[in-house]
Design a protein around this ligand. Sequence first.
Ligand code: SF4
Length: 198
Amino acid sequence: MRNRAYLREEKTAMERIEHKDGKCISGAAAPREVETDGRRDPETAPEAVQHPRQPMPEQPPQVRVGNFREVPFGLTPDLAILEATRCIQCKNPQCVKGCPVSVQIPEFIDLVAKGKFIEAARKIKETNALPAVCGRVCPQEEQCEMPCVLGKKGEPVAIGRLERFVADFERVTGNVEIQGSERRRASALPWSGRAPRG
Ligand code: SF4
């Protein structure tokens, strides 16, 4: 139901950016080339924080009073890249310690910054099978975003919004892939011809 309700909005957002094989090939905010093996220390790279946390587009109040759709639309590809470039790729990422499932946050954000949205979704799914849900309902302000080093002097990286974005991008572009343990659980379901264990 929700998917159908949002098809138009998501299609419009995705049309703003060209992509091929899950990789952004155009957009107002140019993907950065991040040197992931040379992570920067926040104390020595304060210049990396050049723009504010990006707000998530949402239905205006006068519109949302007349429907039951989800209020936020989610980040657009351009906004996601812009937000991802705020991450300074900490050597000792506190955000990961705040995540209950240890999502490799700097790595997935790095991929978003490069416009590699599908790869970013895959990176999250290495430890979290439900990024679209967690990106919406997890209390990021008390978990991964609370210890984000950028929050000490300003606003933390919008990790939850980025997580939601890549999960939605994966789905809208038809690139959802069942991975690892999910695939094993699915193959054990009754209709797969095998009885579940345990
Ligand atoms: S999200 Fe915050 S804490 Fe995590 S690597 Fe980026 S800047 Fe550092």
